[in-house]
Design a protein around this ligand. Sequence first.
Ligand code: SAM
Length: 293
Amino acid sequence: MNALNLPAALIERLHDAYGERVGEVLRGYETARPVTFRVNPCKTTRQEVADRLNERHISFSQPEWYEDAFVLCGGGEDCLIGTPPYERGEIYLQSLSSMLPPIVLSPRAGETILDMTAAPGGKTTQMAALSGGKALITACERDAIRYERLCFNLRRQGAERVSALHTDALTLNDGLKFDKILLDAPCTGSGTIAPGSRVRFSDAYLSKCAALQKKLIAKALRLLKPGGMLVYSTCSVLPEENDDAAAYAVSLGARALPVQLPVGIPLLPSRQRTVCVCPDELYEGFYIAAFIK
Ligand code: SAM
């Protein structure tokens, strides 16, 4: 019996992937991470947010690699949810690891960008913010309820220039062509397990996710302009959804680009040029790979 009552099939997969290092992953799962959020520069400034937190005697830190990211030192989400800055979309609750793929994608003004599987829109709104609201972003989501949530977040975060599409990305017309695509793929979520998580995992579910991820990768490569960039990410630490998906992209002719994360982010072994963040007391498990078509 393990502390989190994890399914035996998941533990077996982790052992196969990481051998003796599996203990690091399990310790990461057992650690409650602090509340983290991102400032929305379309609506406020870092200084204003820091002043508000100081006024309320809420202490915080900031990772060196992202000026807009804040980490609360103590206190739960209820310190922020329902407060005016939260309701006005000046801040967005988001894990630190989940802020990394948009930074790797590095959206610029004027670029056409597809966020292929976008809801609830954390990374869509981050990409809008990173481009100063000037990238031409299309955000696609197939689930109706999650699509509503995406639209709500786009409105609240002031990302009005994003075009939201309620559709299955696999049905998009291949005639559409984008400069950059973020595929933050649906996955087992094996990186995000934390105390209190209800873990849904089976080998069949893993195979289903891996098959869909490959279909989405093939589609993304068809929707990219020649020379365009694909960033593939999951909140999983399992190679079946990560390195195997990256190898598939390469088998379809994509060229892997090196992904480099700031020093100090804990990493698990992964295929060359990709990164797999190891869950710990600050970071969720996450995988990022980047390609040029
Ligand atoms: N990037 C999002 C964020 O940062 O807020 C999280 C995306 S979540 C990992 C994956 C999303 O993909 C889910 O909302 C799921 O409903 C959606 N999805 C799954 N298959 C899809 C498909 N074929 N087309 C479009 N969306 C899809």
